[in-house]
Ligand binder design. Sequence first.
Ligand SMILES: N[C@@H](CCC(=O)N[C@@H](CS)C(=O)NCC(=O)O)C(=O)O
Ligand SMILES: *[C@@H]1O[C@H](CO)[C@@H](O)[C@H](O)[C@H]1NC(C)=O
Ligand SMILES: *[C@@H]1O[C@H](CO)[C@@H](O)[C@H](O)[C@H]1NC(C)=O
Length: 296
Amino acid sequence: MEGGALKKNRWATWLRLPLPFFLALGIRKRERERERKREEVVEYFLMPNYKKPSPSFTFAIVFTYCATTAHKRSIMSGKDEVVLLDFWPSPFGMRLRIALSEKGVDYECREENLSDKSQLLLRSNPVHKKIPVLIHNGKPVCESLIAVQYVDEVWPRRSPILPSDPYARAQARFWADYIDKKIYDLGRKIWAAKGEEQEAAKRELIECLKLLEAELGDKPYFGGESFGFVDVALVPFYSWFYTYDTCGNFSVETECPKLILWAKRCLEKESVSKVLPDGEKVYKLVLELKNQLGLE
Ligand SMILES: N[C@@H](CCC(=O)N[C@@H](CS)C(=O)NCC(=O)O)C(=O)O
Ligand SMILES: *[C@@H]1O[C@H](CO)[C@@H](O)[C@H](O)[C@H]1NC(C)=O
Ligand SMILES: *[C@@H]1O[C@H](CO)[C@@H](O)[C@H](O)[C@H]1NC(C)=O
């Protein structure tokens, strides 16, 4: 009996200390009513003659805390307005669609015509005037890798994209940066250039992909056991491999079979498979583009 009473006391002490703190955290500035209610609760706990709450009172407090927190969360997620300025074949845009889908964030995707950019795009990315732009509650975030990191920071709970260890984060950023400095430009030379320039781009692209394949090693994903930042950065280019193969007369799969196995593993995720377009569809667009640009 003694022990039981002591235990109950300890519970009461434990509740007394952190609960007002949690309650204070849950208070929203604009909800004055709610705030006053919660302050009353906090005051109760701080009263000098405070002993211990009855079990029913404790239950009521915990219940109120959970209910108001859930309410607050629903308001906050309801308040988020997320717009993505995009163009479907863009590997940079795909990164954001994958990241938002991994996080389960609802967003509105607005397709841009890159020959006739919207005022919103020009206003949101006045420096580069490029897609993708993520617009979160009216505030634009430019550059796909920066925007993917922003998404990971704003919605940290579900499916972490960057690793939590600082060294692992630095490594992930290094490889994502490497991908950005190499793949797109080399790929473009393969479909847009000819002769020696095309051959050189092809050799260098194969070299880069082999280096990435070696970095992947026997891990399922670049970061290890779970899908992460480097995967998000690289996997969109898989939808361009058909174009590289066809225009460059080679096969990424023959050169880098393990990288293709990795891409197929990523495609088992709905967040990836519903975003990546078909390789032949991208190739068709590239043929149109070559026509427009007067290449062939
Ligand atoms: N580094 C940028 C690259 C974005 C980019 O190159 N976007 C292209 C489409 S794939 C674009 O908007 N081009 C339009 C233009 O250059 O006028 C990022 O990661 O977001
Ligand atoms: C994009 O804009 C150009 C220039 O105004 C126009 O000729 C073209 O038809 C537009 N493309 C689409 C798909 O709307
Ligand atoms: C494509 O590559 C193969 C060997 O990989 C070669 O036999 C063929 O002639 C090449 N075709 C063109 C159009 O360069």
